[in-house]
Write a protein that binds this ligand. Structure first.
Ligand code: PLP
Length: 371
C-alpha cells in the first residue's frame, strides 16, 4: 500500500475486503426467495461462530441462542433489546462512562425508569458502584463492553455476576468488541449481545446483529416493542431463515461473507491480531510522548480495537489544523465525541488492517503534529 491510497482508521465504518464489497454487486433477489434464505442462513451460521467462539481457547461458550440480523445500525439493536425486555413501571440500571453507555440510558428511559451508574468518561466502570445500584427489583442492566468514545474496556464479567445474583436481565453492547476481542456470552451471564456490521465484523454499515440467548426468550414481550423491533417475531421468522420485513439484501450478503471470513481467520487468531495492532498504536503514540488519555494506564481497561489519545495542549488551541494535516495525508481518523471534542483523537484497528497500515497511521499522526 502506498501513501496515496486512502487509509480508513475511524472506529467505524471500517475497511472491508474486496470479497465483501463484491458480494453486494449481484442481481437483486426477493427477500422471500430460497436464494435469500440461503444468504441469511450463511450470515446466521457465521454469526453463531463469532458470538459463541469469542474466547481465547476457541471453544464454544454458549448454552444456546439465536443470531439475528436486523435492518438498521446498532442503535436499532440496542432499542430492540431494551423495548422487548422492559416497559412502564420496570426498572433499568444503565451504566454510563461514554457516549454509547449514555445512549443506552437514553433509549431505556423511553421505555422504563432508569437509574444511571456513571463514572467520568475515560474511566472504566466500577463493579462496586454497580453492586450498590442493582437490587432484586432491577429488571434490566445495560452496559457497553468497549466504550468507543473513550477507547475503554468495561468489566462485563463482574457486572454479569451481579446481574445474575439478582436474577436481572443483562444486555451488552459489544459493538466494538465482538469480532475483535474476547466476549464470553454464557460465562459472563449476558442475555442479549448486540453488535454492528460496520465495526469489528468488518462489513458495510446498515445492519446490526444480535445474539438472543435461549434463556432470555421467556422474558421477551415483542408486542410492547415497536412493531419493527418485535424480537419474538424476528426469532420466529429466523427459524426459517427469513426476516419479518424486507431485508437489506445486499447488506445481508456482505455480512454473510464478512462473518465467513472471520471463521476462516479463526477467532483466536483474529483476537490476537487485534490485540497486537492496538498495542502497536498505543506504544507508537506513547513513544511520541503523547498522553494516552487514560488508555495507556491500567492494562485491564485497554481496548483491543479503539485507541484514544489526548491532544497536546498546543494542538488543542487549533485541533482543526491537526485533523486537516492528517486528512491531507489521505488518512482518516476521528476526534473526540461530545465534550471530548477537541481534546482527544481516536484511531481504530478494526477490520482488515495490515501491520504496515498501523505503522502508517502512527507515522501520519506524528507528521501531522509537526506540520
Ligand atoms: N455502540 C457503540 C459502542 C458504538 O461504537 C456505536 C457506534 O459507533 C453504536 C453503539 C451505535 O452505532 P450506530 O450509530 O451505527 O447505530
Amino acid at each position: 500500500m502506498t501513501d496515496d491510497e486512502f487509509l480508513l482508521l475511524n472506529p467505524g465504518p471500517v475497511p472491508v475486503t474486496s470479497a465483501v464489497r463484491e458480494a453486494m454487486d449481484a442481481p437483486m433477489v426477493s427477500h422471500r426467495s430460497a436464494d435469500f434464505e440461503a444468504v441469511y442462513e450463511r450470515a446466521q451460521n457465521g454469526l453463531d461462530y463469532v458470538f459463541e467462539h469469542s474466547t481465547p481457547q476457541e471453544q464454544s461458550t454458549s448454552a444456546g441462542g439465536t443470531s439475528l440480523v436486523l435492518n438498521g445500525t446498532a442503535t436499532m439493536g440496542m432499542e430492540a433489546a431494551v423495548a422487548n425486555l422492559v416497559g412502564e413501571g420496570d426498572k433499568v440500571v444503565a451504566l454510563v462512562n461514554g457516549k454509547f453507555g449514555r445512549r443506552f440510558a437514553r433509549i431505556a428511559a423511553r421505555y422504563a425508569s432508569v437509574t444511571r451508574v456513571e463514572v467520568e468518561w475515560g474511566d472504566s466502570l466500577d463493579p462496586d458502584d454497580v453492586a450498590e445500584a442493582v437490587t432484586d427489583d432491577t429488571d434490566l442492566v445495560t452496559m457497553v463492553h468497549n466504550e468507543t468514545s473513550t477507547g475503554i474496556l468495561n468489566p462485563v464479567p463482574e457486572v454479569g455476576e451481579i446481574a445474575a445474583a439478582h436474577d436481572t436481565r443483562f444486555v451488552v453492547d459489544g459493538v466494538t468488541s465482538i469480532g475483535g476481542d474476547v466476549f464470553r456470552i454464557d460465562d459472563w451471564n449476558v442475555d442479549i449481545a448486540i453488535t454492528d456490521s460496520q465495526k469489528a465484523l468488518a462489513a458495510p454499515p446498515g445492519v446490526s446483529a444480535m445474539y438472543v440467548t435461549d434463556r432470555v426468550v421467556e422474558h421477551l414481550d415483542g408486542e410492547r416493542a415497536p412493531f419493527y423491533a418485535d424480537l419474538d417475531w424476528h426469532l420466529r421468522k429466523a427459524d426459517d431463515n427469513q426476516t419479518p420485513f424486507t431485508s437489506a439484501v445486499p447488506l445481508f450478503r456482505a455480512l454473510a461473507v464478512a462473518v465467513e471470513e472471520i471463521e476462516s481467520e479463526g477467532m483466536e487468531a483474529r483476537i490476537d491480531r487485534h490485540r497486537r495492532q492496538a498495542a502497536a498504536f498505543r506504544s507508537g503514540f506513547d513513544g511520541m510522548g503523547l498522553d494516552g488519555f487514560p488508555t495507556l494506564g491500567d492494562a485491564s481497561t485497554h481496548s483491543n480495537t479503539v485507541t484514544a489519545i489526548s491532544l497536546p495542549a498546543s494542538v488543542r488551541e487549533n485541533p482543526e489544523e491537526f485533523f486537516a494535516a492528517v486528512d491531507e495525508r489521505n488518512v482518516s481518523i476521528s476526534g473526540g465525541q461530545a465534550h471530548l471534542g477537541g481534546e482527544i483523537f481516536r484511531v481504530s484497528n478494526m477490520g482488515h488492517l495490515a501491520d504496515e497500515q498501523v505503522l502508517r497511521g502512527i507515522r501520519t499522526v506524528g507528521e501531522a503534529f509537526t506540520d
